[in-house]
Design a protein around this ligand. Sequence first.
Ligand code: DX5
Ligand code: ZN
Length: 216
Amino acid sequence: MKIAPSILSADFAALADDIRRVEAGGADLLHVDVMDGRFVPNITIGPVVVEAIRKRTRLPLDVHLMIVEPERYVGNFVRAGADIVTVHVEASPHLQRTLAQIRELGAKAGASLNPSTHPETLTYVLDDLDLVLVMSVNPGFGGQKFIPAVLPKVRLVRTLLGGRDVEVSVDGGVKIEHAESLARHGASMLVAGSAIFGQSDPAAVIKKMREAAARA
Ligand code: DX5
Ligand code: ZN
């Protein structure tokens, strides 16, 4: 199980320190939440911050675009240093083209599903995907409560993917207590913000999450 701390819950005035702590603590990737105040009711960061983070960590950057018209910006984020760029299916009328565009730019392509969106929307882009990001909260804010109804959906996504080598990542309200069942349902990556950065010892949380997932 890969663990991707979401910097949304980090201290933005001391971001380099917080990133260093989770990198030393065994994080596999860094999850970067980009919000535009349109697709979601909150505004966060853009490519300039991704570029600054890129200089401070060796961890792959998993950039989650919660923005309308993501195709206009994927190039900026890849050039800023994103390793994975994930767009929302609800914001991408030409999803196949956008995923292909991300790969052409040299990054891995992800598609994200809001809690109420059915995985069948991915049926015709399965070969264009490197990652599926299953939202377990309605995106927009950190620290929300995990929606248990997404558990069977994680399994549905894994089944839909067949044997393809595609990450299934789960994002939103993920705590240590969810890791085992998420792993059992087919998740290969867990995104966690408040569970990791909200704690005095982020390394211990990362370790416990990985151990819990390994019990599955
Ligand atoms: C929600 C974001 C998540 C969020 C995770 O809109 O996409 O990545 O920051 O934070 P927690 O783990 O606190 O829900
Ligand atoms: Zn996210």
